[in-house]
Write a protein that binds this ligand. Structure first.
Ligand SMILES: Nc1nc2c(ncn2[C@@H]2O[C@H](COP(=O)(O)OP(=O)(O)OP(=O)(O)O)[C@@H](O)[C@H]2O)c(=O)[nH]1
Ligand SMILES: [Mg+2]
Length: 652
């Protein structure tokens, strides 16, 4: 049997969940239609979602239409939950991008569009809410053409139930493929050919079908489902070796880890073994249960095949994005938080319990990237925005039965170096011994910490070399300017030394951290901050105001692209200065300006000095780090400051 995964994507409130509800109703998967406003929508099943009327979790349902099994995933439209949305993108056979006929293309519509485009997901556009006052389908279609793609073609009224492709749609197809033009002009009546070609164009991202209707009033919904059914094709191979991809992690009521997998090829059975993780030491585990998830229900099965979505138990640490079987790569995500917040909780709570709860949430949403600051006994998380923090407070209360709150979120700054240096660390209190030499070089933007090894096995055992690498990666390292995480540095292990008797566990950690820190002391340090890549479209009269706002915010722009009435401005601007600009833009353009922001990576901080003053980090008082080394003389260890340590290194 054919299986397809389809998903709902949009700016917040466009009507994704409402449309999903209708599709489930029409395919007899639910007996009664719920409503977001009545707090009983099938896919907004979580208490938090019902109370707020927004989708937070990308939940899924199963439905059958004309013999095909459809997995339907409804994603959140709020920017704060875009990592959850992004994790769902990769498993789609087709996406439905819902656009309100009143509001038109909104900021987040474009973000979603670009993600779908990047992953080459065949995308159907559904212009919703045509029943509302102020709905203007033609205007929105024009917006689609200017903002998203010139390859949108109307299908409403142009695909009959028997698959007959209408004349206007044929023309739209032919305009997109020269080789079809002659066939079209010759008036070929072979409808099977045209339908197949249309499917191929959609699958090849050359054409985007566009429909309109009202999810709430049930106008055009069943027709749309039928068109989507006819226009999507998949060719999963059950007979090939197993391949799959993890797209989500959840825990059931008993805390058992559920790993959601899209089967991309072959079959998966209970007790099959799956291997994942890094090349040299993969983790191999047996699948203990296979569950088909439908809303809040689940059904155990013995086997699943290519095209299925399944939740499995038995895997302890596979993460979202991980390929399995014949797909062994791991996908990275674009939607990354640029804010951090401290977790605040009552002193009566045990910090370990709070940390355990957040580690569990972290497994489900890795973008939280929970950090345990041992020395401060503090938990920090990464967040997209304030709504996410409110939801997290509620979530922790419901799931773990205790209360937390959060400090006000701050920009997540990072640090790097702008010059190449060698760093030396020696750790030799009595009966201990380790020495480490590292080279630190500026790495590419966005590359994080890269490890290279030039150390010879004759000088230091492979085991100890690996230990040094492990210590480098075991935590985020603090920079010297503000104590924020170090990034974009290539660390090369030059050499090192241990002692047969005296080197103990932890000595290489000490020597490695000291070498890193000693290197930083000598390097030119640089503060980085997150930037947005923005695209702002305004009426021509508002252009001057926007350009001066961007300049004031320390941003840069490309030469604006203007028409008689409009201007489109693109460029980069610090997140810190532009976080609230959407609201400001909406107010002075009376809602007519559109701003699209995407995370544009880290770059030099525009106000380094001010941030350093605010952070007031004291590098010499950081309990985790010392730039000095410890040597031993006459049976006593003594400390040597970083600028004098180099001369004393045993290996120099
Ligand atoms: N008039 C009208 N209202 C609609 C239509 N579709 C959805 N709505 C309403 O719009 C609001 C948002 O609908 P949802 O289905 O929750 O939107 P969503 O896209 O799932 O929102 P998020 O998941 O929070 O991003 C609700 O009040 C719906 O009743 C429609 O076709 N016409
Ligand atoms: Mg929703």
């Amino acid at each position: 049997m054919n299986r397809k995964t389809i998903g709902m994507f949009a700016h917040v409130d466009a009507g994704k969940t409402t449309l999903a509800e209708q599709l489930l109703y029409h395919t007899h998967s639910i007996r009664e239609r719920g409503r977001v406003d009545h707090k009983d929508a099938y896919l907004d099943s979580h208490e938090i979602e019902r109370a707020r009327g927004i989708t937070v979790f990308a939940d899924q349902a199963v439905m059958t239409y004309k013999g095909t099994t459809y997995y339907l995933i409804d994603t959140p439209g709020h920017v704060d939950f875009s990592p959850e949305m992004e994790r769902a993108v990769q498993v789609m056979d087709a996406a439905i991008l819902v656009i309100s006929a009143v509001e038109g293309i909104q900021g987040h519509t474009e973000t979603v569009w670009q993600l779908l485009h990047k992953h080459r997901i065949p995308t159907f556009l559904f212009i919703n809410k045509i029943d509302r006052v102020g709905a203007d389908v033609d205007r929105v279609f024009e917006e689609i053409r200017t903002h998203l793609t010139t390859d949108a073609c109307w299908i409403t009224g142009h695909i009959a139930e028997d698959g007959q492709v209408g004349e206007a749609l044929l023309e739209c197809m032919a305009e997109r493929d020269e080789s079809l033009l002659d066939t079209f002009l010759a008036g070929t009546k072979d409808n099977a050919f045209w339908l197949r070609t249309l499917q191929d164009q959609i699958r090849g991202h050359r054409l985007f079908p566009c429909a309109s209707g009202s999810a709430l009033q049930d106008i055009g919904v069943i027709e749309f489902m039928d068109q989507l059914h006819q226009l999507t094709n998949v060719d999963y191979d059950d007979q090939a070796p197993f391949g799959g991809r993890v797209y989500k992690i959840r825990h059931d009521h008993n805390g058992v880890r559920l790993t959601y997998i899209k089967v991309l090829s072959g079959m998966l059975k209970v007790r099959d073994e799956l291997c994942y993780g890094s090349g040299d030491a993969p983790t191999c585990e047996k699948v203990t249960r296979l569950l088909i998830i439908n809303g809040s229900k689940s059904q155990a099965v013995d086997q699943v095949s290519a095209g299925d979505l399944v939740a499995v138990t038995g895997l302890s640490s596979a993460e979202a994005g991980q390929g399995l079987g014949s797909y062994s790569d791991k996908l990275a995500y674009d939607m990354v938080p640029t804010l951090t917040a401290k977790v605040i909780f009552a002193a009566s709570l045990h910090v370990k319990d709070v940390l355990r709860a957040f580690r569990l949430l972290d497994a489900e949403d890795p973008s939280l990237d929970v950090i345990w600051e041992e020395s401060l006994q503090e938990i920090h998380i990464h967040v997209m925005g304030l709504i996410q923090l409110e939801v997290l407070e509620q979530l922790v209360r419901e799931r773990f039965h205790f209360a937390v709150s959060f400090g006000s979120p701050e920009i997540l700054y990072k640090e790097t170096i702008a010059s190449t240096v060698n760093g030396y660390g020696h750790f030799e209190p009595l009966k201990h011994y380790a020495e480490v030499h590292l080279r630190l070089e500026p790495g590419e933007r966005g590359s994080g910490l890269t490890f290279r090894n030039e150390c010879h096995a004759n000088d230091l055992s492979i085991g100890n070399q690996n230990l040094i690498k492990t210590h480098l990666y075991e935590r985020d390292h603090h920079g010297l300017l503000t104590g924020m995480p170090l990034t974009d540095i290539v660390v090369t292990l030059l050499t090192g030394a241990g002692h047969n008797e005296h080197t103990h566990g932890g000595d290489f950690r000490e020597a490695t951290f000291r070498a890193l820190r000693q290197g930083l002391e000598k390097a030119e340090n640089m503060l980085l901050e997150p930037y947005y890549e923005y695209k702002i479209k305004v009426e021509i009269d508002d252009m001057g105001r926007v350009l001066s706002d961007i300049q004031r915010a320390s941003g840069v722009f490309e030469p604006p692209i203007t028409t008689a009435a409009h201007a489109v401005i693109t460029g980069k601007v610090p997140v810190a200065t532009f976080m609230d600009y959407s609201t400001e833009l909406a107010s002075f353009t009376h809602g007519r300006g559109i701003a699209h922001f995407a995370f544009g990576g880290y770059d030099r901080c525009h106000n380094e000095q001010a941030v350093m003053e605010r952070k007031n980090y004291r590098k010499d008082a950081d309990p985790l780090y010392s730039s000095s080394s410890i040597f031993c003389a006459k049976g006593h260890g003594y400390t040597v400051a970083w600028d004098e340590a180099e001369a004393k290194m045993h290996l120099l």
